[in-house]
Design a protein around this ligand. Sequence first.
Ligand SMILES: [Zn+2]
Length: 435
Amino acid sequence: MMTRWYEKPLRIADLGAMPFKFGTVQEAVKMVERKKDLHFNAEHFGPFAYEGGERGVFYFASAVADRVPLDLLGPYLAEAHRAGIKVLIYFNVHWLALDFGRRHPDWLQLKRDGTPIDDVYGLGMSPCVNSPGYRSWSCQVIRDLARYEIDGIFLDGPIFIASGCYCSACRDKFRASFGRDLPAQEDWEDQGWRDFIEFRYRSITEYMRDSRAALKETRPEAIIYMNGQGLWPSWPNGRDNRRLAEYQDLVGAEGGFIGGDLTRESLWKPAMSAKLLETQAGGKPTVVFMAGKNCGWNHYLLTPVETELLYADTIAHGASPWYGIFYENSTGEGTQAAGRMNELIEKSSEYLERTSSIARVGLMWARRGLATTSRGSAVTSRPSPGGTSPSTCWTSRLLRRSLATMRFSSCPMWRACPMRRPAASSPGCGTGVPS
Ligand SMILES: [Zn+2]
């Protein structure tokens, strides 16, 4: 069977311009060379003027743009394709700038008291996937993008904000589906509340279905995926990777965003994320999103070793890496390490294509159980102070035993793998991890 391009190991860049504004076509096109030098073979590229969220300012022709200062997408795509880079358009569908949101009150996610949720990332609003107006607008954006030679679309979101949504569209749709009003409060003993959680999952899935259809009707060969669910409870945002996989060509999640004191961060976070995604993706390729920065500090890159560990963890567990930083930081040492890991993947792709797990032991991740026991907390992404979470501990035990018995000695991937180093000397290794 022929392997499609996105089924081969991907090395996805997201070197976003900062600020997200372009004055000339050349400003965008010049970034391609850097991505090529760093051995990326795909990217997320955002032809939007984001500033405090989506504001309707596009760098491509669209029937629904508020403003198009410059149409640069065509020349950009031509240059990226010349460099051998597949371009997936980054489209933010969960964060609206305040003034833009206020101009579209029927799009907005509302709190229980009927006021808009306006503190997204501190300051911003979020569109509701059930709003007919927003659904129509965002699908038209996708159709307009699909008129260009794009290779696909990445949707950042779609999600519910945990405190939403109580807009009229959600109220009407919930009443039609479940025969009652939206629950007035969070009460896990109440069937109405549990129906509301199910309603969120269904709503996000239906939005993804319609987004996919909008893309495929114009450009059937293009792919689509979204920022999916990682290792934290899924009910607040309404993302169910298993259902969503049907309407995606890749399945990805933020499994490599680490920050703060890295001695408190699980070394195995990307590994756990990759394995989770593999079980949910229904055989589709998986992507672990890795931030090149120490999260919380936008311009502080991870060290080369920390970067290598994220990459190695991702690759070793069958996922493709997505590496994201601001373009202006792309000459830093951490990014050079990402480039070297990309080159390693490029040279070793025959060992990475269509791999399958040889694991004999599974670790249960109970999505429904998490909804009723942990509520909103991220239970494995960060060890609790003074120790590690049960999932992290068990993952560590299993991985260390498995790695000791794997037979990869002839593979260049394994010879170069930073995980062969003693864990105690790895900056990303959490304390208190059992051996
Ligand atoms: Zn709503």
